[in-house]
Design a protein around this ligand. Structure first.
Ligand code: 16G
Ligand code: ZN
Length: 529
């Protein structure tokens, strides 16, 4: 039988050689690459089961994003390009942890619980990042997919969001786009060129300095550039010659609030960083006083939301818009969205799956993590209304043009997941259309100084949280202690949460000055020990 065959191949080629228990976390499984072989094989098996269950093409991505080169990871993708549902994470976890001789039982159990007809056909699309370990891990995934008699489309090197895009296209034939990497470049560049046609700019300079984290974004950006011509000149650094994510990339820039290596930052330069798998984006520049200034996910979210809001007003379309953030969003951004933009803003736990889900509550849902991961979702109703109005010749020019622009922006945005390439093209489009420099963009509100630190503890899972991770419920007394510390700071806010990707507790703090934010983070950190 098919499960016995899968277990046989597993024992022979991809035996379990890991003693510790692992869990399918915020971003799938992520750990040292040399412990992952059997897990990826088994995720190959699960991706086929999931495809049979859904009756469509599922996805499997090999990457550990911004983690160091020695790590790797695997995550599964649902038909519309979203993350595998949380309800299936427990299957991934038990499959990863079961001993080789009990593998058959777990597979049977999943099939039974989800009423899966194992004779149904299945297809899985896979992609991988540029890590040294990624190729052999992707071969383990192929073995898993084939052992379960699934068909495998191996797309080789891709950014994570490119694979999400392709899976979505494969399941919505003719609707979202052509299900190839080429199709992705064509769709995005066509929209970008349309939106930037006839632009009149004085302050906006069509030249960007881009740090590619030495990741898979590097070769992919190069391919994209062939389509952009001279509409946007991109000068790249950390484009694959150096060490992956080492002192570069979106996570490094955001956390250390510093420019990456390889970039000689001068006033007047507009700079951005991708992360290792191309799903995060942050911008930065040097002020005329010579200070490093970060334009993070919160700044990108407010830029997007304000622009879309203006277009909605001009189009007179009656669609509601909302913004989704996490506890890491800078307090100033939340105040600005509430008080100045007057757009509803929701806070959810860390992890794209939570943000994505919440954003679906709105006709137009903008979601971003402060770390630079985010996108915009347009509901089916919104898409239909916008496209209808864009092609309605009976309307006056202003109303119709706004709808045309909204429709084209929809094509530029990767709605399946946050996408550094797509988000970058949207930022550039908005800056050009407003004729803004980074300073103009940054002037909407001033970030409160903040600090993030990580605390190594015996067992991070002893810390439990509530209220979208903004308060702890366990261990007893911790929240009271944090409250007491925070009360001593002007504009103080702080929280502690267990990481979903590393064996640490993370502490975030903000306060009126950088020194105070640093101090507050340390004081809260001491309470966590
Ligand atoms: C993963 C998440 C990201 C989150 C980060 C937090 C996805 C695709 N990625 O990279 O959204 O911000 O983990 O990690 O969900 P942490 O739990 O270790 O702080
Ligand atoms: Zn990433």
């Amino acid at each position: 039988d098919i499960f016995e065959k899968a277990a046989e191949v597993g024992i022979k080629k991809h035996p379990r050689n890991l003693k510790e228990e692992v869990t399918y976390g915020t971003a799938g499984f992520r750990m040292r690459a040399d412990s992952l072989d059997h897990i990826v094989y088994r995720m190959g098996l699960l991706s086929v089961m999931f495809s049979k269950f859904r009756s469509g093409v599922t996805g499997l991505m090999i990457t550990a994003s911004h983690n160091p080169e020695e790590d790797n990871g695997v995550k599964l993708i649902d038909l519309m390009g979203q993350m595998m549902p949380i309800a299936w994470e427990k299957y991934a976890t038990s499959l990863a942890n079961v001993s080789d001789d009990k593998l058959v039982d777990v597979l049977q159990e999943i099939a039974k619980l989800e009423c899966i007809d194992v004779t149904k056909p299945a297809t899985v699309s896979i992609g991988r990042d540029t890590r040294a370990s990624s190729l052999s891990l992707s071969e383990a995934a192929v073995d898993g997919i084939e052992a379960m008699k699934g068909k495998c489309n191996d797309f080789g090197l891709l950014t994570t969001p490119q694979l999400h895009y392709i899976v979505c296209c494969q399941n919505t034939v003719g609707q979202y786009g052509e299900p190839t990497e080429e199709g992705y470049y064509k769709k995005l560049s066509a929209a970008f060129l349309t939106l930037n046609k006839n632009r009149k700019v004085i302050n906006y300079v069509p030249e960007l300095y881009l740090d590619l984290a030495n990741g898979v974004g590097a070769p992919k950006l190069q391919q994209l550039c062939a389509y952009l011509g001279d509409v946007l000149k991109i000068n790249v650094c950390n484009n694959g010659s150096g060490k992956l994510n080492y002192q570069c990339g979106a996570d490094f820039v955001k956390v250390s609030q510093m420019q990456p290596v390889g970039l000689n930052l001068e006033p007047g330069m507009r700079c951005a960083s991708f992360d290792g798998d191309g799903d995060r984006l942050v911008y930065y520049y040097k002020t005329s006083e010579g200070k490093f200034a970060l334009l993070d996910g919160d700044k990108i979210a407010t830029l997007f939301a304000a622009y879309l809001n203006d277009l909605l007003k001009s189009s007179q379309l009656k669609l509601n818009m909302g913004l989704v953030q996490t506890a890491y969003a800078n307090g100033s951004s939340t105040n600005y969205i509430n008080d100045v933009m007057k757009i509803p803003v929701a806070c959810v736990p860390t992890g794209v799956k939570y943000l994505h889900h919440k954003a679906q509550d709105f006709d137009i849902g903008v979601y971003f993590e402060a770390n630079g991961h985010g996108t915009v979702l347009f509901s089916q109703t919104a898409q239909k209304l916008i496209r209808n109005q864009a092609s309605d010749n009976s309307l006056d020019e202003v109303t119709r043009d706004a709808a045309v622009r909204l429709a084209t922006i929809m094509d530029l945005i990767n709605q399946t997941v946050g996408d550094a390439i797509s988000d970058m093209l949207v930022v550039e489009t908005i800056l050009a259309s407003k004729d803004w420099t980074c300073e103009d963009w940054d002037s909407a509100y001033t970030d409160l100084p903040s600090r993030q630190i990580k605390i190594k503890v015996e067992n991070r899972l002893l810390v439990e949280t509530t209220d979208a991770e903004r308060r702890t419920t366990k261990p007893a007394g911790l929240q009271e202690a944090i409250d007491e510390v925070v009360a001593g700071y002007k504009h103080g806010r702080a929280f502690a949460r267990p990481s979903g990707t590393e064996d640490v507790v993370r502490v975030y703090a903000e306060a009126d000055t950088q020194a105070n934010a640093d101090k507050l983070a340390c004081e809260v950190g001491l309470r966590v020990y």
